[in-house]
Design a protein around this ligand. Structure first.
Ligand SMILES: [Zn+2]
Length: 421
């Protein structure tokens, strides 16, 4: 059965419009269309469907023939652009802990003494490569403010990440944030590094600003050990730096673990994005789903640091469509969402390829509350999307094979942006 075309209502089809025809159209929010078409005006998508069904409705429109696959732009739900200058930080050995790696990263950052200009040049290079890979929107978590440049071809939502584990440090950071202009976007780092009072303060501020609050969550098993028992590598890490002052372990933490702790703090809602979510159990997943909290997985970084694999099947079964993120070059030598999709395909071979592609597009758009513009090819969405080409796609015999190849073959041979020509 061929999918029916989907049209926008009440649109003047003759003005600034064109019809794009391609062997494959992958709308993500509706089934794949073979010999499909997308009708656009200068800004918006007007219709999506089989070419033979759409073309009679738009007989006078200029036709653009594409040779590959039309699909939505990718959304990178988690990156740290200011770490681009650091390069990849290799763990010293397979046995070293995540704390050892964090320490190495901090030492390297201290020793490098790079200038703001070098940081921004490296970040700009990463942005250009993300754009070339098909990323149209990203959530950037930074420790320093990067200068905003209007020429950036990628839409970037940047949040300044605040850390303070001890009581005194939390109070000091709250004072610092209070001096920022009220619309300057700030977020927390992780439950092990950003204490509860500071987390509550920042989340309250995000609610007032109606902005996204993003937090690393359960990347490593030692986070739950610190919060539950005051043990593990993070406890040692904080103790060595004078940051363990009774904030951890958290009194009364229950079997809902770290996620329950965040719920008790009032942190979880549909504008909170929890990143990594490797060490969460069934009850914690239910809490995330019940509060509408968004999730972003970073499988490439998790594999590089050897911290484990997120329970994707269980997260999906709870009704959460996660976003996908590369994380930074420090913990992921290849910042490429096509590679992230192929890692997911290897690690979760029972997950439908269409779902993995939806994570890299619609999942990110939903998490960043941009799904009315991005994440799918559908009437009303922005007329800015991808045309990808490759021999693997040309040889695909059906939609299932095409989707399998899109998510498992890595970055396409050719990627171009419709709407940016
Ligand atoms: Zn991160």
């Amino acid at each position: 059965m061929s999918p029916s075309p989907v049209h926008a209502q009440g649109v003047d089809s003759a003005h600034d419009c064109r019809i794009l025809r391609a062997p494959w159209v992958v709308p993500v929010s509706s089934p794949v269309v073979q010999d499909g078409a997308v009708v656009v005006n200068r800004n918006r998508i007007l219709a999506v469907g089989p070419f033979c069904e759409l073309s009679p409705h738009y007989p006078d429109l200029p036709l653009t023939s594409c040779q590959g696959v039309l699909l939505p732009g990718l959304v990178n739900g988690h990156i740290h652009l200011d770490l681009s200058v650091m390069g990849t930080v290799q763990p010293d050995s397979p046995d070293s802990s995540m704390c050892d790696w964090i320490q190495k990263l901090l030492q390297r950052r201290e020793a490098a003494k790079v200038s703001q200009e070098e940081i921004e040049t490296a970040a700009e290079k990463t942005i250009c490569d993300q754009y070339a890979s098909g990323v149209g929107l990203m959530l950037d978590i930074g420790n320093i403010g990067l200068q905003r440049r209007d020429c950036k071809p990628v839409e970037i939502l940047s949040l300044l990440e605040m850390l303070a584990p001890s009581q005194a440090a939390q109070r000091a950071v709250i004072d610092i944030i209070s001096d920022f202009s009220s619309d300057f976007p700030v977020t927390g780092h992780a439950p092990y590094s950003t204490g509860p009072n500071l987390l509550k303060f920042i989340k309250k501020r995000c609610r007032q600003q109606e902005t996204i609050f993003s937090l690393h969550l359960a990347e490593n098993i030692d986070e739950a050990l610190l919060l539950g028992k005051g043990e593990g590598c993070f406890a040692k890490f904080l103790q060595e730096r004078g940051g363990l002052d009774g904030t951890f372990p958290v009194a009364g933490i229950d079997s809902r673990g770290v996620v329950g702790y965040l719920e008790n703090l009032g942190i979880l809602d549909d504008k909170t994005l929890c990143v990594h979510c490797v060490h969460i159990d069934d009850r914690e997943i239910q809490v995330l789903a019940g509060t509408g909290t968004h999730v972003c997985l970073c499988p490439g970084s998790n594999r590089f640091l050897g911290v484990g694999t997120a329970p994707l099947e269980k997260i999906l079964a709870a009704g959460i469509l996660p976003a996908l993120g590369t994380d930074s070059i420090a913990s992921n030598p290849v910042l490429d969402l096509w590679q992230e999709m192929s890692i997911l395909a290897q690690e979760h071979h029972r997950v439908d390829p269409a779902t993995i592609l939806a994570m890299a597009t619609l999942g990110g758009a939903k998490a960043l509350h941009r799904e009315t513009d991005l994440g799918a090819l559908a009437p009303g969405r922005r007329a800015r999307f991808l045309h990808v080409e490759g021999r693997e796609y040309e040889k695909a015999e059906d939609a299932d094979q095409l989707l399998q190849r899109l998510i498992s073959c890595g970055r396409p041979e050719s990627i171009s942006w419709i709407g940016d020509e």
